[in-house]
Design a protein around this ligand. Sequence first.
Ligand SMILES: *Cc1c(COP(=O)(O)O)cnc(C)c1O
Ligand SMILES: [Zn+2]
Length: 367
Amino acid sequence: MKEFICNSCGKKYDITPTLWKCECGGVFNIVKETPKIDIAAWGNYPNSLWRYVETMPFAKGSTTWESVTMGEGQSPLLVLDQMEPNTYVKVEYMMPTLSFKDRGAAVLMTKAKELGVSKVIADSSGNAGTAIAAYAARCHIACDIYLSDETSPNKTAQIKAHGATVKEIHGTREEIAAAAQQAVREENAFYASHVYNPYFYEGTKTYAYEIYEQLNGAPDTIMIPVGNGTLLLGAYYGFNELFENGFIDKMPKIVAIQAKNCSPLAEAFKAGKVSAQPIKNKGTVAEGIAIAAPARSEQILEAVRTTNGTFIEIEESEILNARAKLSEKGFYVEVTSAVNYAGYLKYVRTTEEKIVIPLCGAGIKSK
Ligand SMILES: *Cc1c(COP(=O)(O)O)cnc(C)c1O
Ligand SMILES: [Zn+2]
């Protein structure tokens, strides 16, 4: 039986279907050792993120994932432009629900199924909710998704199509999360939160494993958009496991990207703070990363600092411009995802620097 440990006070708990944060308010990590990576074992699994299942905290030989998977993972890694041969895009929108959130949702819902839960609740700015709804359907688990009434209609339609109940809330992202958390308490339901549940990060960490395989090593730099930090922390954990196993000799530098109108982490980073103060979202077209009070801010800031990374803030006008430029190169991403490329365009790189940019969500998700 695995345990959760509080990131703030260190208190340990047995994992149960209803536990999602510490009584002190802190977020949980999973109690575990760094997995011993056996590369030879990867070939025993289908070509999906489940190649790396033996590095995840499931019981040895557990096969629950086999009925949950929809083939997520192993997204293509491509040179974006032949003129810049060291810059790669990882096409994360080539996933079952068209965003990288499938990595985390597939693993988290596998855990939910293993725990025998009958209902999950989640809140989201759109893509995490879509992914949780799809995998909940796959697991025959009931699902309520709390969303803003301003969420892209295409994302809401996608969630409803999977049979999830959509709870549209008029309020800030934080108020929507609070509404979901209240329902979790009242209904004693499983909180399938991509922010709070550490199993989600066991899924997003496969982003790093795949890049390692595709490049035959680590890149110098990974550009990562950040709202709640689910891709950022996952990538950090994945590369860290590869590093601790001696497969790479240095950690890639994390360049984190936020929309300037909602950038609590970039502000905290600049000010040298260990955690972010909640800010007021001034409004951004990058709806998927507009998080004013990220719950894992301490961990995110630490990850960026230990890799010698930095933050880049993007203006609203730069976002749509970057989206158009990516489309001209053949890649149609949702508006939020254009922030990643805008960050790259602003980043001062060296010619030899090997950089990976994720294309997180598909263009048809937003207007
Ligand atoms: C979720 C998401 C992000 C950012 O992820 P966080 O976990 O909030 O940091 C970026 N882009 C897209 C398209 C997303 O769906
Ligand atoms: Zn605690």
